[in-house]
Design a protein around this ligand. Structure first.
Ligand SMILES: N[C@@H](CCC(=O)N[C@@H](CS)C(=O)NCC(=O)O)C(=O)O
Length: 211
């Protein structure tokens, strides 16, 4: 029998990894099971309370009904996928699962690069490493170019965890790196992302910089 208690999500409106979990929970009908607690991370001060639940001090961290905590976003999403009776967002073992997990890794990896880049950008100008910024720019451009080649396949496969991760990663480029204009030269990917952006789960979880 499905369990129906509340879970606590360490949450931030500007974290793309949290956004991924929020969109996922909305897609599978579990958004009302999450009690979101605004948790501020970043900078150099350790968040000792969060580190009780996740020693890495990262968002998202989900505290279950019994007090056990799980992280990171792939683990949280895969757990949420076990809690509903609808179509699964993580395909069962087989080639489709491998594709979905690889897409998730690409989207999450783009976010890792973007979060690093943002951290660098927030340092005093004279301490920023231009070679690192160029490296991160090159990686994100390569990822977008690879996704342009995969856009039609994305549209043709059932919506799932890979789509969510990639959609959130491209949304993060809009949120933090609009000047990069990732849509230029990538019309198929831009068209696919427009369909992603129109989903109610995505509209309900627009990123906000509340700093
Ligand atoms: N692999 C992790 C990455 C999570 C992550 O990097 N979260 C950022 C916020 S967007 C964070 O908590 N940063 C604070 C820190 O690293 O101290 C996931 O998928 O959840």
């Amino acid at each position: 029998m499905p369990r129906c208690g509340m879970m606590t999500l360490h949450w931030s409106p500007r974290s793309p990894f949290v956004r991924k979990v929020m969109i996922f929970s909305s897609e599978v009908g579990l958004a009302d099971r999450l009690r979101c607690v605004r948790t501020v991370v970043g900078g150099t001060t350790p968040h000792l309370a969060l580190m009780q639940d996740n020693p890495l001090g990262k968002l998202p961290t989900l505290v279950l009904e019994d007090g056990a905590a799980i992280y990171d976003s792939p683990v949280v999403c895969e757990y949420l996928d076990t809690l509903h009776a609808g179509r699964k967002m993580f395909p069962a073992l087989g080639p489709q699962r491998l594709v979905a997990l690889r897409r998730q890794a690409l989207g999450d990896g783009m976010l890792d690069v973007g979060v690093q880049w943002l951290g660098e950008r927030n340092r005093p100008a004279e301490r920023q490493s231009q070679p690192h910024i160029e490296l991160w720019r090159a990686k994100l451009r390569a990822a977008v170019a690879a996704l342009e080649g995969e856009a039609e396949a994305l549209g043709a496969t059932p919506f799932g965890i890979g789509h969510i991760a990639i959609g959130v990663a491209l949304g993060y480029l809009d949120f933090r790196f609009a000047a990069e204009q990732w849509r230029d030269g990538h019309p198929r990917l831009a068209a696919w992302h427009a369909t992603f952006d129109a989903r109610p789960s995505v509209v309900a979880n627009v990123p906000v910089d509340d700093s």
